[in-house]
Write a new protein. Structure first.
Length: 254
């Protein structure tokens, strides 16, 4: 893949927390309208990489970033880049769902209202559109004014996904979004991701190699802050180039 084809172009990306080098010169191209799975053992800086793509790491004091990250050819670390606008373009879903203590409807439109959208018809449209895309509409359409806190854990996570989608991002960044969910809820999230890649670029950090095998078009294996291997998921899982990748995906990693 060349730079012209990439949605994201990452070159020599390093992230320091104080003197600690967490991410060690990652270089990769991420295509549009694909699901990229990121796997690796705990402490491999998978989340650090994800947070580098919307500049959340810099909210931690002492953080320093080197290298280049281009989103559609624009340097996201250039002084002229507004981090708030960047995070609108690159929405993030965390491991634990964090619904706001308000109605389902108000959860979805919270960020949209902050961005100045006030027209009721437009808000209604975004709520329905986002909930359908998150595979949650049929379950909540008759109780949009009830508290989001009354939803199950799996429903709350899909609600948080819908809240991200209402902002109409270009990237969806997911940090182990199914780690606390049951198999049925996990399947619903995976179903949503498979459908969403037609419109979005999706980057999924997961500790579940089987999940990466199911939903990711390409997969990257991180180890101790380094990108060890990156390629089509089928290839990486069946004929990896690095023995450490093979050990990890087959469960022999020690």
């Amino acid at each position: 893949m060349n730079d012209a084809q990439a949605k994201l172009t990452v070159r020599g990306l390093k992230v320091f927390f104080g003197q600690f080098l967490a991410l060690r010169g990652v270089t990769m191209d991420i295509a549009a309208n694909e699901v990229l799975g990121i796997i690796g053992p705990a402490g491999s800086s998978k989340t650090t990489f994800l947070r580098a793509l919307n500049r959340l790491n810099e909210l931690t004091p002492g953080t320093r970033v080197e290298g280049t990250v281009l989103l559609d050819g624009e340097d996201i670390y250039h002084p002229a880049c507004d981090p708030v606008m960047l995070r609108k373009r690159a929405g993030m879903l965390f491991a634990l769902p964090v619904p706001l203590p308000m109605s389902i409807y108000d959860n979805i439109v919270y960020g949209v209202r902050l961005c100045g959208v006030r027209t009721r018809a437009r808000l209604d449209e975004l709520v329905e559109q986002s909930l359908k895309a998150a595979f949650l509409w049929d379950e909540v359409k008759d109780r949009l004014r009830t508290s989001a806190l009354r939803l199950s854990g799996g429903q709350q996570q899909r609600l948080c996904l819908a809240r991200v989608l209402a902002m109409e991002p270009e990237l969806i960044l997911l940090d182990e979004p199914c780690s606390g969910l049951d198999p049925i809820s996990t399947a619903r999230i995976e179903e949503a991701l498979t459908a969403l890649k037609a419109r979005y670029t999706i980057i999924l950090v997961t500790n579940n190699t089987k999940q990466a095998a199911r939903v990711a078009d390409r997969t990257a294996f991180f180890l101790m802050g380094e990108l060890i291997e990156y390629g089509p998921t089928n290839q990486l899982f069946t004929t990896p180039h690095d023995s450490r990748t093979d050990d990890y995906v087959t469960g022999r990693f020690g």
